[in-house]
Write a protein that binds this ligand. Structure first.
Ligand code: DAH
Length: 344
């Protein structure tokens, strides 16, 4: 009796080892026979009591082994059959079906405005210059004629890096002027777009990060008239406006300094609102590069002169696209950004 039942179990083990179901139906047959609730191995455990004492242990181990092999084999076969089914699905791919539409992204409104400004200046020979956002004190302030105790430093609340008061997040793109002059001799004609940082409370109208475009032109005999003509050209190209005015102002790095307003007009309610009823819109700061700045950066102020200007981008983007909260420009909500997909 013992030998017979041992043979039966070994027969089942061989059957399990040889099984090679290659479709879901055959796999299901295997499952029912060897691992299902009523599988053929279950009654074998009841046979143990009929086995002679000295072979009980051996029989128990054998039946257990068969049970484990059955389960392992089933899992392995299942994975194979599933992979095969997947392959078959892929083979049934309909190559004539219409493709998934490719979603086009949109340029960020700040990029759109910045690119437009840069292109306008590139057309008259300015070359793009880009520099680091983490700056040292020298290039951001001192070289630009703003030494440590200079009151003008208060005009720009600065983020200093924690472990050093000498490194900071640049507060303006004017730092690019310093770096460019250090490494190049005139003629210099650059346009520098980039992000700047100031420690300011975030609100609908101000943010701790924003973008500027800086311009710098240095050569022999550059005059204030050159600056004015360049800015007039910009006003025409960017806004289609033909009237500008330069109001005296103060910046440490220019002398004389001015602020440029564009005459926007007062044709409708929006014009009244954005120009506060004056018709004039303040666009940028500018001036003749202070000879001290030239000297700080290794350029001979006796031989060369130059002009510079700097403008904020967000305010212009907000005006052009009628955006009433600067925070929208930094939240990157695609529902907002998608609205600019047809802008250029
Ligand atoms: N750096 C100034 C600011 O951030 C803007 C500026 C004014 C830049 C006059 C210039 C300039 O180059 O000439 O407020």
């Amino acid at each position: 009796m013992s030998a017979e039942i041992f043979d039966k179990v070994k027969g089942l083990l061989k059957e399990i080892q040889d099984a090679a179901p290659d479709n879901t139906d055959a796999l299901e047959q295997f499952r029912i026979r060897f691992v299902g609730a009523k599988n053929v191995l279950k009654p074998l455990f009841g046979e143990i009591r009929n086995i002679s004492n000295e072979r009980k242990k051996e029989f128990g181990q054998l039946v257990n082994q068969v049970k484990q092999e059955a389960e392992a084999k089933f899992n392995q076969l299942k994975a194979q059959v599933e992979a095969k089914a997947e392959e078959a699905d892929a083979g049934a791919l309909d190559l004539t079906a219409p493709g998934e539409p490719l979603e086009l992204g949109a340029r960020h409104p700040v990029s759109i405005v910045m690119n437009r400004i840069v292109k306008i200046f590139e057309r008259i020979g300015f070359v793009v210059a880009e520099e680091r956002e983490i700056e040292d004190d020298w290039h951001n302030f001192t070289a630009m004629n703003t030494p440590e105790d200079h009151p003008a430093r208060d005009m720009q609340d600065t983020y200093y890096l924690q472990d050093s008061t000498k490194m900071l997040l640049r507060t303006h793109t004017s730092s690019v002027q310093a770096r460019t002059m250090e490494n190049n001799q005139p003629p210099i004609r650059i346009i520098a777009p980039g992000r700047v940082y100031r420690n300011e409370t975030i609100s609908a109208r101000s943010h701790c990060q924003f973008h500027q475009v800086e311009g710098l032109y240095i050569a022999e005999n550059v005059s204030f008239a050159d600056l004015k003509q360049t800015l007039l050209y910009f006003a025409k190209e960017m806004y289609g406006k033909t009237k500008i005015r330069l109001r005296p102002s103060y910046f440490p790095f220019t002398e004389p300094s001015a602020e440029m307003d564009i005459y926007w007009g007062l044709e409708n309610e929006t014009d009244y609102r954005i120009t506060k009823g004056t018709g004039w819109l303040e666009i940028l700061g500018c001036g003749m590069v202070d000879p001290q700045v030239l000297e700080n950066c290794g350029i001979d102020p006796e031989k060369y002169s130059g002009f510079a200007f700097g403008m904020g981008i967000e305010r212009q983007a907000m005006m052009l696209y009628k955006i009433n909260d600067i925070r929208l420009l930094f939240e990157n909500d695609v529902r907002f950004l998608n609205q600019f997909s047809s802008a250029y």
